[in-house]
Design a protein around this ligand. Structure first.
Ligand code: TEU
Ligand code: CA
Length: 557
């Protein structure tokens, strides 16, 4: 395998709106990010992914871009952005941006021009289609509810939007549009960007027949995702994208690509794949409900363990996946993957260790390093997210009362990860002097950066150790390239794996159970690399792990 510059890096996702506000408007900004670069450097971060910071009406928090070449005024200016790039560079850190090219905002000039002349060239930047017998062209439900088709005023046509109606889908079949997108990507790469996280990329290839599917909900519609799941030909588009942009710059790209088959992995993330890496969402997908969040199943430990293990085994034959426990679309990992008795500092460290030492690129989401948790939501009015509000009404329509619908949304809401970053125990968790755009989690006095910096035993200080171990001269190759070998799979509560490279073998082992778990030693141990409970003596014949205990051990290979 040819080594790439990003193979051994650790990444961190910033959700700018909720990171740090420096001018009191209640919205995080670029100056806030710049002021925390040293914090991130010290944590052990190399690559920073910024969720969208482009000009936007913020219908979907910036995932609706109205100008790909400007910075949203809420976040600052292009000068601020250039400063961020150069300050990151000084610290040997890399900035990647979100690339949202399946759709743009309805306020983008392309879409305005398309509406102004529905038969003109800009209409062909989008999917404008005639209706069928007074109905939309097909029966698709968008991800955020309602039909995917919105009437084009003054015509008998509709335009396609797989997300909100303010997010019209871009027509990737149009070579002129493609070239404009490539030019834009190259413009940012020329500026010194290290790469992109690529949004909803599986959505760019449509079935141009737009066939109807059998209804799958009481609204009589069928999820639009069925169309993209059943169409071929995305590969050519992705290859074209890569060859015209990323490849020339050795850019690092991480795609949001759901539902890939094993057999497609090589094309996506193999040596000559379309992308550097893709996120492993397999554990997140375990809570997909059949009809929505209200029927989302609980995740059992065994299912979660099996899912992570299978995914690691499949991917390591091919390339690298990006490992997460949470992101801006998902609930907090601690609240989701840990049983209630484990949602404490030890459990948080344990979950972090298992995730960060997997084979692949670790992505840490802001606040994960201090163990931020889901918020307690008291009313649907507290949510801001378009998706959450839609899911609340889906639950109500399915017959749930307010309390149960709210509980379903509280468990799954994207706003759980979007509450402001908890910096200290002062008002608004030190996030803003003004009124935060989304409420601060009420636990901020217990969980915040400042308190944890002062406590040598904190989650934050543990994460620092964890990342420095992963990146240490001694172990970096093992954790980067080492084979992943699952261990103790037949136990009830132990999640464990070896990482093996050349003459080094490391065991990562954790007990997710409520009681102590004991397993026999398979390889004798040399040295404890990491322990979340301050263990200092090496296990000899058996390993007994307390509840929520994790150990990283170097073995005699
Ligand atoms: O998410 C795309 C995506 O995966 C959604 O279909 C997802 O299933 C949905 O958000 C469930 O909550 C990306 C971004 O990460 C998300 O924040 C945006 O809202 C979306 O694209 C549209 O740009
Ligand atoms: Ca601000």
């Amino acid at each position: 395998m040819n080594k790439k510059w990003w193979h051994d890096k650790v990444a961190y996702q910033i959700y700018p709106k909720s990171f740090l506000d420096t001018n009191g408007d209640g919205i995080g900004d670029l100056k806030g990010i710049i002021s925390k670069l040293d914090y991130l450097k010290e944590l052990g971060i190399d690559i920073i992914w910024l969720s969208p910071i482009y000009k936007s009406p913020f219908i979907d928090q910036g995932y609706d871009i109205s100008d790909y070449y400007s910075i949203a005024k809420e976040f600052g200016t292009m000068e601020d952005f250039d400063e961020l790039l150069s300050e990151a560079k000084k610290r040997n850190m890399y900035i990647i941006m979100d690339l949202v090219i399946n759709h743009c905002s309805d306020q983008h000039e392309w879409f305005r021009k398309a509406l102004a002349d529905p038969d003109g060239e800009y209409a062909d930047y989008f999917y404008f289609r005639e209706g069928k017998n007074g109905n939309p062209p097909s029966n698709y439900r968008s991800y955020f509810g309602g039909s995917c088709w919105e009437p084009v005023p003054g015509t008998d046509k509709y335009y396609l939007h797989m997300f909100a109606k303010e997010q019209p889908d871009l027509n990737w079949e149009n070579p002129i549009l493609r070239q404009k997108l490539f030019d834009m990507v190259n413009w940012w790469l020329e500026k010194g960007l290290a790469g992109f996280r690529i949004d909803a990329i599986m959505n760019i290839k449509k079935d141009l027949d737009f066939p109807d599917f059998g209804p799958d909900g009481p609204d009589g519609l069928s999820g639009c995702w069925r169309m993209i799941e059943s169409v071929d030909g995305i590969g050519e588009l992705l290859d074209d994208l890569k060859k015209n942009t990323f490849e020339k710059y050795e850019a690092f790209t991480v795609a949001e690509a759901f539902n890939l088959n094993k057999s497609e992995l090589n094309k996506f993330i193999g040596e000559n794949g379309y992308f550097s890496t893709i996120f492993d969402f397999s554990a997140q997908c375990l809570s997909d409900g059949k009809h929505g969040w209200y029927d989302s199943p609980d995740i059992t430990f065994k299912k979660w363990r099996e899912t992570i293990i299978n995914s690691q085994l499949d991917v390591q034959k091919v390339g690298f996946e990006a490992n997460i426990i949470e992101n801006h679309d998902e609930p907090r990992g601690v609240s989701r993957f840990l049983p209630e008795y484990a949602r404490n500092a030890d459990g948080t460290k344990m979950l972090g260790t298992i995730s960060v030492l997997l084979r692949g690129i670790p992505f840490i989401y802001q606040g994960q390093e201090i163990g931020m948790q889901n918020a307690i939501w008291k009313s649907v009015d507290e949510f801001n997210d378009i998706n959450t509000i839609d899911q609340y009404y889906i639950a109500r329509k399915a017959g749930l009362n307010d309390t149960d619908a709210l509980a379903a949304c509280s468990k799954m809401s994207r706003d759980n990860a979007r509450t402001p970053m908890q910096w200290d125990s002062s008002k608004n968790a030190g996030f803003t002097n003004g009124t935060p755009w989304l409420k601060v989690n009420s636990n901020y006095k217990l969980i915040n950066v400042d308190t944890q910096e002062k406590d040598s035993d904190s989650v934050l200080n543990y994460y620092k150790k964890l990342l420095s171990v992963r990146k240490s001269d001694e172990y970096i190759e093992t954790f980067t390239y080492g084979e992943f070998i699952p261990a103790y799979e037949n136990t009830e509560t132990v999640m464990a794996y070896y990482r093996v490279f050349n003459n080094k073998r490391i065991l990562v082992i954790a007990n997710f159970g409520k009681d102590t778990a004991t397993v026999p030693v398979e390889y004798s141990f040399k040295h404890i690399i990491l322990s979340n409970k301050g263990r200092s003596s090496l296990p000899t014949t058996s390993i007994s792990l307390e509840s929520c205990e994790v150990l990283v051990l170097e073995c005699d290979n």
